[in-house]
Design a protein around this ligand. Structure first.
Ligand code: ACO
Length: 430
């Protein structure tokens, strides 16, 4: 489809060019709307608004399709790993073995935090949520690289800074966990791969190294890979918004962590587990809880269900559910929360309330059960999401930075407050 759409406002005709994406989706270009007609579009929560053109990730929510740079998520999940997929997202192509080796070297070379950051960790109370620590420390890390803001360095230093961010977010996350649990810090090891190294920093002790369990490493690596990008969601749009002001990579990513934190977004994986624990503690099998959800008692929601874009199924949820069964079998663990989750899913998928609203399990519904089986504490779940999403944010930052037509993002509004009125001195106010 090519051509224009016509908009008629008060007999004034405006031709809106149709922009067609590589998978056939169509956008109406309204860039001339305000100048030509004085009107703007109003689309709270952006359900119908394309904020950018992007070549990174494609989603067809109706068909349950997710592709990174043209590769299907199921194929990447089966054949690739988190680091190779990160390279793909950031640089647009799967790496050659030389490129992959160079990328891995950059990750290893940049995995240590500046020693000065240790003192910053000391300042947080043990009650601090690791997402708050993560966001603050990513931003703080940028203070040690003042050249990040320098025009030339922004261009030429990008590969190093990108690798530094992806590598250090893992170190910061593990340090946050150790700090919150009063445990001594464990430094990364250069001979370990990305995900194994993270688990080592989380679970080794000064006297004894965590014994690498390949199936656990693989399960967590898969969780990172499945979260690596998801086009213009709340946090990625935030990263692009901040990047559009030419803030540095670390500042933009730190803003992304804050946006991800909320329970309607990345915080949902923690909220799912809390919900399952509550149902279990009440001796419910999920039936009573679902009735409350449907009757909107206390505005409860079935956490881990529903998605703004996926309206049939979330392809990541299908992969992760299978992985969940595998991990529990490998670890010889059973989990009553998994039984409740399966029961909730079974009831909800056959219930008119959920069917009518096209609510299906999303990626967070089962990922929490895997993380719990691995031994990752509840308040670190959203941090795992942030580690996984980092390459997607980096790729989006790069796209913003390289856009020759890029301008600072600046939405408009329809003002609904008072019209002009006169100031009244305080003693004369009623
Ligand atoms: N449980 C029960 N009802 C729900 C749920 C849910 N999980 N999600 C949506 N609904 C209902 C709403 O109450 C509303 O019902 P109504 O028409 O009777 O008022 C209808 O479905 C539409 O809901 P919206 O909030 O308008 O849908 P929206 O697209 O804005 O929200 C969201 C999407 C935020 C994901 C929502 O489905 C939700 O809150 N889910 C639970 C939280 C969650 O799992 N978030 C993770 C998303 S995936 C991710 O970020 C990685």
């Amino acid at each position: 489809m090519n051509g224009t759409a016509e908009l008629i406002i008060d007999n004034k005709h405006l031709k809106l060019p149709m922009i067609v994406g590589s998978e056939g989706e169509v956008g109406l270009d309204v860039a001339a709307l305000r100048n030509e007609t004085g009107c703007i579009t109003l689309d709270p929560a952006y359900g119908n608004t394309g904020a950018c053109k992007s070549a990174i990730t494609f989603i067809d929510g109706e068909k349950g399709i997710l592709q990174y740079r043209g590769y299907d998520i199921a194929e990447l999940a089966a054949k690739s790993n988190f680091i190779e997929t990160s390279y793909l997202l950031i640089y647009g192509e799967l790496p050659t073995s030389a490129q992959l080796a160079e990328f891995s070297c950059e990750l290893t070379d940049n995995q240590m935090l500046h020693e000065g950051m240790r003192f910053l960790f000391e300042g947080f109370p043990t009650s601090a949520h690791p997402m708050g620590i993560l966001s603050a420390m990513i931003n703080a890390a940028s203070s040690y690289f003042p050249n990040l803001l320098n025009g030339t360095e922004r261009q030429t230093g990008f590969p190093r800074h990108a690798a530094r961010l992806i590598s250090q977010v893992r170190t910061i996350a593990a340090f946050s966990y150790r700090k919150a649990h009063g445990l001594p810090t464990i430094y990364p090891k250069s001979n370990l791969k990305y995900t194994a190294n993270f688990l080592h920093m989380m679970f080794s002790s000064p006297n004894e190294d965590w014994v690498i369990q390949p199936e656990i490493v693989r399960a967590l690596d898969l969780i990172f890979l499945l979260h690596a990008d998801h086009e213009q969601n709340c946090s990625t749009a935030t990263v692009r918004m901040v990047a559009s002001s030419r803030a540095n990579l670390f500042a933009s990513a730190s803003a992304g962590v804050c946006a991800l934190w909320g329970p309607l977004h990345g915080g949902a994986n923690q909220a799912v587990l809390e919900m399952l624990e509550e149902i279990h503690a009440e001796g419910d099998d999920g039936t009573r809880f679902l009735n409350e959800v449907k009757n909107k008692v206390g505005n409860r929601r079935l956490m881990g269900f529903g998605h703004r874009v996926y309206k049939n199924f979330d392809p990541r949820a299908v992969i992760i559910k299978e992985q969940c069964d595998k991990v529990l079998a490998n670890l010889h663990k059973s989990d009553p929360l998994l039984d409740i989750a399966k029961k909730l899913e079974e009831i909800a998928l056959n219930d008119d309330y959920f069917i009518a609203r096209k609510l299906y399990p999303n990626v967070d519904f089962y990922s929490g059960i895997i993380m719990r089986a691995i031994g990752i504490p509840l308040d670190m779940f959203t941090v795992m999401f942030a580690i996984g999403r980092m390459p997607g944010w980096v790729a989006n930052f790069k796209e913003v930075m390289e856009d020759p037509d890029g301008r600072i993002a600046r939405p408009r509004q329809i003002y609904t407050g008072h019209t002009l009125r006169n100031y009244v001195a305080v003693e004369q106010r009623a």
